[in-house]
Design a binder for this molecule. Structure first.
Ligand SMILES: [Zn+2]
Length: 329
């Protein structure tokens, strides 16, 4: 925690706390909202309570007030799983690595249904973390790969061969109409300015390029099951909780047309069943990933017959594939 002493040690979203800032709706600009839920950092158990609201005018669910950028950084430190700092999982290391590689292959399989990549293709991953997805793309298609992340991860060996940009996506000097494919895997729900991010994606995308966005889906089975302990809340990192309608409206208002909408993603829905159950039992105490990995794999085996319906049953994720609007190509 930062040394902001007379304030309570744990940030709790309230109007006078300088660690927070009030925002208006990311989709329609309205300041009119009703309370939706109070979220916590269930994954790490770090203290703090964060308020989510629903916009009265357009229905978008978002965190308000939100932590300032400086304050939220702390919540990305340490064992944030996407940054893959932890590599030793004991005897389960090969399973862990297989699961993570499988995730990157799933992303590639999903994208490959909508765009054919080769060695002339330019691919950009926004929120690339340590770049393992981009490495998969490079290995499989020979494409040139670029990644942006606000964490400086350039020393990480898996970013070798990736054109890595550190900082905010819309601040990067990326040429107009450069990319055949822009991907955002679980990025947009973390974003402090999604409209600007989408406008930038449109600018850097080639006329016939594709933008692929995966985010957790608010109007899903797992949200109905777990409510404020839904892993998609992931407070305070998640700034926006998208349902299908609001996700589509967001991309369309940024000048995209939807090629396809999928009620699933490359990210395993099982994680949301598992973590939602664990978060409900732990009641905000944080999940010990080292201990959780055994029941995680056991549960995955048990639920396999049910999980076979992942693509039909709207468990937890959503993916939208878009292109520039017709007149803009
Ligand atoms: Zn709104």
């Amino acid at each position: 925690m930062t040394a902001t002493l007379p304030l309570p040690a744990a940030p709790t979203a309230q109007p006078n706390d300088p660690r927070f800032e009030t925002v208006s709706c990311y989709l329609c600009g309205s300041t009119d909202s009703v309370e939706l839920l109070w979220g916590e950092d269930d994954l790490t158990g770090k203290p703090g309570r964060f308020r989510y609201v629903t916009c009265v005018d357009c229905g978008l669910a978002y965190q308000n007030p939100r932590l300032t950028v400086d304050e939220v950084k702390e919540y990305y430190d340490g064992e944030y799983i996407a940054h893959r700092k932890k590599t030793d999982w004991g005897v389960l290391t090969p399973f862990y690595e297989w699961a993570m590689d499988r995730h990157d292959r799933q992303k590639d399989a999903l994208v490959s249904r909508f765009i054919r990549l080769d060695e002339t293709s330019e691919v950009l991953d926004v929120g690339c973390a340590v770049g393992t997805y981009l490495q998969t793309v490079r290995r499989r298609h020979g494409a040139r790969v670029t990644g942006v992340d606000f964490k400086d991860l350039r020393a990480h060996p898996s970013l070798e061969g990736v054109e890595f940009h550190c900082g905010l996506f819309y601040d990067q000097p990326l040429a107009d109409r450069r990319f055949d494919l822009v991907t955002m895997w679980h990025f947009l729900e973390h974003d402090y300015d999604p409209a600007r991010t989408l406008a930038t994606a449109r600018r850097v995308l080639k006329p016939h390029g594709r933008l692929v966005i995966e985010v957790p889906r608010l109007d899903s089975m797992t949200y109905r099951l777990f409510g404020r302990r839904w892993p998609g809340v992931q407070a305070p990192q998640h700034t926006v909780l998208y349902d299908r309608v609001r996700l589509l409206r967001m991309v369309e208002s940024a000048g995209f047309e939807v090629v396809e909408y999928l009620p699933y993603g490359a990210f395993p829905a099982f994680f949301y069943f598992f973590a939602g159950t664990a978060f409900t039992i732990l009641d905000g105490k944080g999940l010990d990933l080292q201990k959780a990995i055994y029941p995680y794999f056991a549960g995955q085996l048990l639920l396999a017959p049910f999980l076979a319906f992942e693509k039909q049953l709207n468990f937890a994720m959503q993916t939208v594939v878009c292109r520039r609007k017709e007149g803009d190509r």
